[in-house]
Design a protein around this ligand. Structure first.
Ligand code: C2O
Ligand code: CU
Ligand code: CU
Length: 573
């Protein structure tokens, strides 16, 4: 079956090479403060005269580019005209869990979801896509994804190209699989057709000056190794969630699914010439989806049949035309400094171990399914409890044969090190996706600022969409210690505090506390002032706190272990 399918795909490819090139589609732009996005069924003709059913937002495929300013208060109306449920996630955005658009914010058919929030992220290139539980790949493959550009008052002080479609270009880079009936395949191993902004085999007229490309790697699985024909250098100026501190000169830039980068290319000397932006996938080491071979243990013939794997291929042809009036002609020397958190500030370090799920009957070292910390994703279990304003180090340890692009919602992070070495220069700025190679360990540092919710979680996951859909994902809660009430501590099932209200003695059962070792208890009155009380061991794991001479009122109590802190409240009548 697979063989026949591949043969037909191969046929499709050979037909393709005789097709004419197409002008690159530049998506429309939408500006705020209100953005209306109608998600609907549509169709498009990629291979005339065949009609391919698609999904699109305000159009037949993909979406308009949303332009936002940091600090704006915006509303996004996501109008679901599909006959299936969806969600819409603002990838890279620092928003509350309710506004995040993960699998919990379902938009039923015929309904509108309208998150409103202040844009808090720095100037950079972001994106949005559905995140429906077990259906992300299916919906993205059919056409749902879009780019977001955030501008801010710092970025705007630099002499950079920012005229959309003139010297500043959105490039949503994807690879798609079509079946023999020219339908977009819901799953993606045969993704041999490259599309940029939905255009197959595109060309673009660009002026002979400094241009800016906003690269979004939005294939469902594939990584790209961007480079210019003839190894012409280019300059990376931004990573996922912000500008770098200085342009980084490169001839190759690898982006895995979910990652973004902004690059500058100086075309001043190339007027009248053409050159290709390519993916130099022949240079990919083993382990990366898009390399000739992913795993030495791979026994699936399917992986090798894709003509893109391990080969260099064209993405986009630039035809260099006359410069525009007032062109940007130089590459800036430096930008604002980066402000990473220091390792010494971290409250906790957590390990996330990626492994192959060998309990599933048909597992494969290339295809998975894969797990994080041995737990498959569950819609209603919380894998990690964090605390508002915690500074955390997450250590990502990949024990599998495949490189996984790890993504976390809510925050941007800084990579501390990769196998103990500092990250490449283009990756030392703000990131929300990092590709973790087989046998590698990556550490990042971040802070869970601004948003806390004791019930509504955020997600972390592999951004290879079928890995995510098959369970390589988890939930984390950012708890607000000041809002934690005793019931919630009890729900965590690690601490019991009783009775409440308490008149003379308060008992504290710590037998189930996961972390053994020392801990400190502090009591505070309603003004937040520390109050002293005698605390004695009652019996094994139970502490007795004498509150007989406390004035009546509400008190709070903090228990701090080496790694965590809890806070509860009790009433003294
Ligand atoms: Cu781009 Cu959880 O996603
Ligand atoms: Cu995300
Ligand atoms: Cu993965």
């Amino acid at each position: 079956m697979n063989k026949i399918f591949c043969f037909c795909i191969a046929l499709l490819i050979s037909c393709l090479s005789v097709l004419a090139q197409n002008p690159l589609h530049i998506p429309d732009t939408l500006t705020g403060p209100i953005y209306n996005l109608t998600v609907k069924d549509s169709s498009k003709i990629f291979f005339p005269p065949n009609v391919t059913p698609t999904y699109g937002m305000n159009g037949d495929l993909l979406a308009p580019v949303l332009i936002m300013n940091k600090g704006d208060n915006i509303t996004l109306n996501v109008i679901n005209e599909l006959n299936v449920s969806t969600t819409m996630h603002w990838h890279g955005f620092h928003v509350s869990p309710q506004n995040d658009g993960g699998p919990h914010q379902i938009i039923n058919p015929g309904t509108t979801w309208s998150p409103s929030f202040k844009v808090l992220n720095d100037a950079a290139t972001y994106w949005f896509h559905p995140h429906l539980h077990e259906n992300t790949e299916r919906q993205v493959n059919k056409g749902l994804a879009g780019m977001i550009i955030i501008r801010d008052s710092i970025e705007s002080t630099y002499d950079l190209p920012r005229k959309d479609g003139v010297d500043d270009f959105p490039l949503i880079v994807q690879s798609k699989a079509f079946d023999v009936l020219y339908q977009l395949a819901p799953f993606n191993s045969y993704d041999s057709i490259i599309m940029i902004n939905g255009t197959i085999d595109p060309y673009l007229q660009v002026p002979a000056q400094v241009i800016r490309l906003r690269l979004l790697a939005a294939a469902s699985t594939r990584s790209f190794n961007f480079g210019l024909e003839g190894n012409i250098p280019f300059y990376q100026i931004a990573s996922d969630g912000g500008m770098l501190d200085q342009p980084v000169q490169l001839t190759r830039l690898r982006l895995s699914t979910g990652e973004r980068a902004e690059i500058l290319i100086d075309l001043s000397a190339l007027q009248g010439q053409s050159l290709y932006l390519k993916s130099y996938a022949s240079e990919f080491p083993i382990g990366i989806i898009g390399a000739a071979q992913v795993s030495l243990n791979d026994t699936l013939p399917g992986y090798y049949t894709n003509p893109l794997n391990g080969n260099d291929y064209n993405l986009l042809r630039f035809d260099v035309t006359a410069p525009t009036p007032n062109p940007v002609t130089t590459i800036p020397n430096s930008f604002a400094p980066l402000n990473p958190w220091l390792e010494s500030q971290a409250d906790i370090s957590r390990d996330l171990i990626f492994s192959l799920d060998t309990l599933i009957l048909l597992y494969s070292p290339v295809e998975g399914p894969f797990l994080i910390n041995n737990q498959p994703f569950h819609m209603d279990s919380i894998n990690i409890h964090s605390y508002l304003n915690n500074i955390e180090i997450w250590r990502l340890i990949n024990t599998t044969d495949v490189a996984h692009p790890f993504h976390i919602h809510d925050i941007q992070f800084y990579i501390l090190d990769i196998n103990g070495n500092p990250p490449p220069l283009g990756q030392h700025g703000q990131k929300d996706v990092v590709l973790v190679h087989p046998n590698d360990t990556v550490r990042f540092i971040t802070q869970f600022e601004t948003f806390a919710d004791n019930n509504e979680p955020y997600m972390y996951h592999c951004h290879i969409l079928h890995h995510e859909d098959e369970g390589m994902m988890g939930h984390f809660l950012v708890l607000d210690t000041n809002a934690l009430v005793i019931e919630e501590l009890i729900a965590l099932q690690e601490i019991t505090l009783f009775p409440n209200p308490a008149a003379d003695y308060l008992y504290f059962d710590t037998k189930n506390l996961k972390e053994k070792g020392d801990f400190h208890i502090t009591l505070y009155n309603v003004l937040g002032q520390e109050v002293k009380a005698s605390i004695r061991h009652e019996k094994e794991g139970i502490l007795k706190i004498d509150i007989a001479n406390f004035e009546s009122g509400i008190y709070s109590l903090t228990i701090k272990t080496a790694q965590r802190k809890y806070q509860g409240k009790f009433l003294k009548p």
